[in-house]
Design a protein around this ligand. Structure first.
Ligand SMILES: [Zn+2]
Length: 110
């Protein structure tokens, strides 16, 4: 089951990024997208682009704070990394806080 947090802006989400959401759903059994092209993001531009990948449709944030704090979250991230392979970078962000999430960005060619 894939769900979107209220207010998530899909914008120009890349197909490759959406595929990562579908893979997360298949690995985890459910996934909540908490951010795409919305909110404030201060990451670094990738793939020759000039903006944070959230604003070019290459990145999504996936909820982890609905799992127990600690190992369950790290394990979920590990499984996702394995399933997505090298075209994607997964960053485990805000570990141990209410804002903990998996940031997933597609770094391959379009
Ligand atoms: Zn992010």
């Amino acid at each position: 089951v894939i769900a979107l947090k209220a207010g998530v802006g899909l914008g120009l989400l890349k197909l490759q990024t959406w595929i990562a959401v579908q893979i997360a759903d298949s690995v985890w059994g459910q996934v909540v997208v908490t951010s795409c092209n919305d909110s404030e993001h201060k990451g670094h531009a990738i793939a020759g682009e000039d903006k944070d990948p959230h604003y070019t449709g290459r990145a999504v944030d996936l909820r982890l704070n609905d799992r127990p704090v600690g190992n369950a979250r790290a394990l979920a991230v590990d499984k996702l990394v394995q399933a997505l392979g090298p075209a994607y970078r997964v960053i485990h962000e805000n570990v141990g806080t209410d804002a903990e999430h998996a940031h997933v960005q597609y770094e391959g060619p379009l």
